[in-house]
Design a protein. Structure first.
Length: 248
């Protein structure tokens, strides 16, 4: 009997443990391949949304109320930018270094407000007086991508409302800090303004949305399958040595 032979060679429990380990590692590898398929679909969906013709913001709001996923949807709207109510989210740009994303409320014709991430400014241009050309007045059309509010990570600093320094996209916090208890009807998401057309004077620089998502699932799958293969190889070497021992 196979089981009896394995017991006599001291291999029964090593076989059981090896099979269990290989099964777990192979399942992890398969799970990563499933995640790879999901991630590739998500990336393709983001690319399709981000480069499609913009839809009216009102349509995006209706989709949001219906429970649809509208993240990265390209939208357009018109209104007046309330430059005196800018909020500043700490950011880093590979070319200009540390700075801020400028979030400006846009008041629409119906009195509702949507926060626009107009783009990046370096630290030395945080003061609006140093970029007056970009403080456009009157009715403007904004085209950009829908972004939902965030929740802070474990190591994300607290937003400093008093100093108007933000580390994560807290829509409710920004709105309350701007309007207090008289908060207007608020669109429940942000819009990241597109890079084109650029703001007069060049600042803020729009188009800051990161469309690239980390996708290392194939690498992880190969790692798990590789560990499973290594476990089999180690067990095989051990089993051969045990099998050949005359006293086993």
């Amino acid at each position: 009997m196979l089981i009896t032979t394995l017991k006599s060679k001291g291999l029964l429990w090593p076989v059981i443990m090896t099979l269990a380990g290989v099964a777990i590692l192979a399942r992890l590898g398969t799970w990563q391949l499933e995640r790879l398929t999901w991630k590739e679909g998500l990336i393709a969906n983001i690319a399709q949304r981000a480069h499609s013709a913009p839809i009216n913001l009102a349509n995006a709001e209706r989709s949001k109320r219906s429970g649809e996923d509208i993240e990265y949807l390209r939208v357009k709207t018109t209104g007046q930018l309330l430059h005196d109510k800018e909020r500043y989210l700490f950011a880093f740009d590979s070319k200009f270094g540390s700075g801020y994303h400028v979030f400006t409320p846009l008041e629409r014709a119906d009195g509702s407000v949507v926060f626009i991430n107009r783009g990046f400014v370096p630290s030395q241009l945080k003061d609006p007086a140093k970029r007056e050309a970009g403080q456009v007045t009157g009715a403007v059309e904004i085209v950009g991508l829908v972004r939902r509010p965030e929740q802070p990570g474990t190591f994300t600093p607290e937003n400093d409302v008093t100093e108007n320094l933000w580390y994560w996209r807290d829509l409710d916090g920004m709105a309350t800090s701007v309007f207090g208890q008289e908060e207007p009807l608020l669109v429940p998401f942000f819009i990241d303004a597109a890079a084109e057309p650029p703001a007069p004077g060049g600042w803020p620089k729009g188009g800051v949305t990161r469309l690239e998502l980390p996708n290392r699932h194939l690498e992880y799958a190969i790692t798990w399958y590789g560990l499973a293969a290594a476990l089999i190889a180690v067990f095989a070497a051990y089993a051969v040595s045990r099998w050949r021992r005359p006293d086993a």
